[in-house]
Design a protein around this ligand. Structure first.
Ligand code: FNR
Ligand code: 8K6
Length: 347
C-alpha cells in the first residue's frame, strides 16, 4: 500500500509537489576538479525527475567547506552554470530540485582547498581521517570568531542566491549530520563561552542567523532545513542537546519554511534523550511540514504518512540503485537492492 505517496502536496503558495516522494541528498563525489557538476550528473538527476522533489547532493557554499573529494560547489560562475544544466534537465522532465547548502566545518580538510584554517564552533577536532583517504588526518579546527561567523552567514545567503540564479526551486540548509551548523547545536562540539555557546538560545543562534539570512535573500517559501537532533555522525550525543533543539525548532517553525527534514540513516533508532526516534521527536516540537527519512521502504513510509508521523518521505539509497524508483513503486515493480559498490558509478 503506497497510495498515500501519490497525491500532490502543497508546500506553500509557490510550490506544490506532484507526489510525496523526495530524493534525499546523496553525496556522490563526482563533480569535476573545479567542483562543477558534469553532464553525467545532469543526466543522473534528470532520470530521477519523477520524484516530487529532488534534493541535490550536499553542495559547498565556499572553498573551506570541503571535506570530501569532488563535491560540487555553488560559489563560482562556472559552478552556477554547471548547476543550471542540471536544473534545466530536471525541469524539462517535469521535476523540481532544491540545492542542499553545505559547509563541513571541522570535517573539512585543507588538502582540498590549498591550506588554511578549518573552522568550527570550537577547537575540538574530529578523530580519524578523511574516508578513503587515510593519509588525511583531521586537524584541530579554529573556533570561528564573531567576524568569521558573520562572513559565514553572508556566504550561506550568497550561495542560496546563487542556487536560485542556477535555476533551483529552493534550497535545503544542511544543518545535520555533524557538519558546521550541527557543530554549534551539540555540546560535544560547542564549547563556546560567548553568545554562540552554553545556552539553548546561544547554541541556536548561528543556525537561526543562517536561516534568516537565506530567507531574506530567497524567501521562506523556498527555504528548508535539515537537522540531526540525535548526534550520530562524527559527533557524540549529550542529554543537554535536547534543550537546544526544544528551543531551536519552534523558532524555526515561526519562520514558515518550506519543510523541515530529519537527518538520520535509520529512523527506527531511538535516542533516549529525545524520548524516541528522530521523526517522533521532530513531530512533537515542530508544527510545519516534516520530511521523514531513514531506511524506509515505500510501504513503511506510506504507512507512516497515513499515521501522521510525518508529511513527506525522503528516499536515499534505493534512489541510487533505482533511477526509476517512483515509477517502480507506482507500478508495483521489483526494486534493485542498493549496495555500496554502486557508489562508484552514476546510473
Ligand atoms: C547520504 N546522506 C546525505 N545526507 C545529507 O544530508 N547530505 C548528503 O550529501 C548526503 N550524502 C549521502 C551519501 C550517501 C552515499 C548516503 C548513503 C547517504 C544521507 C541520506 O540523505 C539519507 O538520510 C540516508 O541515506 C538515509 O536514507 P535511506 O538511504 O535509508 O533512504
Ligand atoms: C569519498 C567519501 C564520500 C563521503 C560521502 C559523505 C556522505 C556520507 C555517506 C556515508 C555513508 C555511510 C555513513 C554511515 C553513517 C552511520 C551512522 C550510524
Amino acid at each position: 500500500m503506497t497510495a498515500s505517496l501519490f497525491t500532490p502536496y502543497k508546500l506553500n503558495d509557490t510550490l506544490t509537489l506532484s507526489n510525496k516522494i523526495l530524493m534525499a541528498p546523496l553525496t556522490r563525489c563526482m563533480a569535476d576538479d573545479d567542483l562543477v557538476p558534469t553532464q553525467q550528473i545532469a543526466d543522473y538527476y534528470a532520470r530521477r525527475a519523477e520524484a516530487g522533489l529532488i534534493i541535490s547532493e550536499a553542495t559547498i557554499i565556499r572553498a573551506d567547506g570541503q571535506g570530501y573529494p569532488n563535491t560540487p560547489g555553488l560559489f563560482t560562475p562556472a559552478q552556477i552554470d554547471g548547476w543550471r544544466v542540471v536544473t534545466d534537465a530536471v525541469h524539462k522532465n517535469g521535476g523540481k530540485i532544491f540545492a542542499q547548502l553545505w559547509h563541513t566545518g571541522r570535517v573539512a580538510h585543507p588538502h582540498f582547498f590549498g591550506g588554511g584554517d578549518v573552522l568550527s564552533s570550537s577547537a575540538q577536532a574530529v578523530e580519524g581521517t578523511v574516508p578513503r583517504m587515510r593519509e588525511l588526518v583531521y586537524q584541530t579546527p579554529k573556533a570561528a570568531t564573531i567576524e568569521d561567523i558573520k562572513q559565514l552567514v553572508i556566504d550561506y545567503a550568497q550561495a542560496a542566491a546563487n542556487a536560485i540564479d542556477a535555476g533551483f526551486d529552493g534550497v535545503e540548509i544542511h544543518g545535520a549530520n555533524g557538519y558546521l551548523i550541527d557543530q554549534f547545536l551539540h555540546h560535544d562540539n560547542n564549547r563556546r563561552e560567548d553568545e554562540y555557546g552554553q545556552t539553548p538560545e546561544n547554541m541556536s543562534r548561528f543556525a537561526l542567523e543562517v536561516v534568516d539570512a537565506v530567507i531574506a535573500r530567497i524567501g521562506a517559501d523556498r527555504t528548508a532545513l535539515r537537522v540531526s537532533p540525535g548526534a550520530y555522525f562524527n559527533m557524540a550525543g549529550d542529554s543537554r542537546d535536547r534543550a537546544v533543539f526544544d528551543y531551536l525548532l519552534p523558532e524555526v517553525a515561526k519562520r514558515n519554511l518550506a519543510f523541515l527534514h530529519g537527518g538520520i540513516f535509520d529512523d527506527s533508532m531511538e535516542f533516549d534523550y529525545l524520548g524516541g526516534s528522530i521523526s517522533a521527536y521532530l513531530r512533537s516540537v515542530y508544527t510545519g511540514t516534516l520530511v521523514g527519512v531513514g531506511s524506509y521502504t515505500a510501504e513503511t513510509g506510506s504507512a507512516a504518512i497515513s499515521d501522521n508521523k510525518f508529511d513527506l518521505l525522503a528516499i536515499g539509497r534505493p534512489f541510487i540503485a533505482n533511477p526509476d524508483y517512483v515509477a517502480k513503486v507506482r507500478d508495483g515493480d521489483e526494486l534493485v537492492a542498493y549496495t555500496d559498490t554502486m557508489l562508484t558509478e552514476l546510473i
